[in-house]
Design a protein around this ligand. Structure first.
Ligand SMILES: [Fe+2]
Length: 230
C-alpha cells in the first residue's frame, strides 16, 4: 500500500531524533558551567548551540502537536486520550522552559556574567528531568500506537515540514547530529526523505559537519552518547 513504512521504521526514526536531543541537551549543563565569567566568545558559542537545539526541539514538538496527536485522537480516541493529553502537557511545560531559556541566553550573550550564566543553568536544571522523561515515554508508549494509526506519508509530511524550515546550509550539521548515534536503517530512511539532488552530498558532509562542530563545542569529535547521560 502506498504510504506504508516497514514495521518499526517510525519508532527507529523517532528514537534516532530523540537520542540527538537527549545527548545535546544533557551535555548543556557542563558546557554552560564551563564558561568563565566575562568569556564573551565562549558564551556566544554555547548560547548559539542552546538556541539552535531549542529551535529544533520547539519545531519537533510543534510538528507532533499539529501532525500526529490530532490524527491519533481522531483514529483511536479511547486508546490514546490520556497518553496524548500527557504528551501535550509535557510539551507545554517544555515550551515554557524553552521560552525562559531563549531570554536567558540572549541576556548572557550580551552580558556574559556568572549571574546570567547561572540563570541559564537553573532553567536547564528545571527542563532536563521533564525533557528526559518525555522523550523516553513518547517512544515507549506512543510510538507503538503511531505505528498502527499513522501512514508513512503522513509521518514523512509531518517531519519533512520541520526539516524544510531549516536553512539548507544547516542540513549537513543537523543530519550529522541525528545520524551520530542513529540506527543505520533510520539514518538511511531519513536520507531517503531528502531531495535526491542533495541526498548524496548531505550524507557525505554530515558526519564531518557534526564532528567539526562537536570539536569546537565539546573539544572532541566524539561526545558521550545520550544513553550514558540521562
Ligand atoms: Fe518526538
Amino acid at each position: 500500500m502506498a504510504g506504508t513504512k516497514e514495521p518499526g521504521a517510525m519508532t527507529r526514526e523517532m528514537a534516532m531524533v530523540h537520542k540527538g536531543f537527549v545527548r545535546e541537551f544533557f551535555l548543556m549543563p557542563d558546557l554552560v558551567k564551563g564558561v568563565s565569567d566575562g568569556d564573551r566568545e565562549r558564551a556566544a558559542l554555547v548560547a548559539e548551540h542552546i538556541g539552535m537545539m531549542s529551535f529544533g526541539l520547539h519545531h519537533h514538538h510543534q510538528a507532533e502537536d499539529v501532525g500526529i496527536w490530532p490524527r491519533l485522537l481522531d483514529r483511536a480516541p479511547e486508546e490514546v486520550r490520556p497518553l496524548v493529553h500527557g504528551m501535550e502537557n509535557q510539551h507545554e511545560r517544555i515550551a515554557a522552559s524553552l521560552e525562559n531559556l531563549t531570554k536567558e541566553i540572549a541576556a548572557w550573550r550580551v552580558d556574559p556574567t556568572s549571574e546570567n550564566r547561572d540563570a541559564v543553568s537553573r532553567t536547564l536544571d528545571e527542563l532536563l528531568p521533564v525533557l528526559g522523561g518525555h522523550l523516553g515515554e513518547e517512544v515507549e508508549s506512543i510510538l507503538p500506537i503511531i505505528e498502527r494509526h499513522i501512514s508513512g506519508d503522513e509521518w514523512d509530511a509531518t517531519f519533512d515540514a520541520g526539516l524544510s524550515q531549516m536553512p539548507p546550509e544547516s542540513l549537513p550539521l543537523v543530519m550529522g547530529l541525528v545520524m551520530y548515534e542513529g540506527d543505520p536503517l533510520a539514518v538511511q530512511d531519513s536520507l531517503n526523505n531528502l531531495p535526491s539532488e542533495i541526498r548524496e552530498a548531505v550524507a557525505e558532509a554530515a558526519p564531518k559537519a557534526y564532528g567539526d562542530y562537536a570539536e569546537r563545542l565539546y573539544g572532541t569529535r566524539t561526545p558521550p552518547r545520550g544513553s550514558t547521560l540521562r
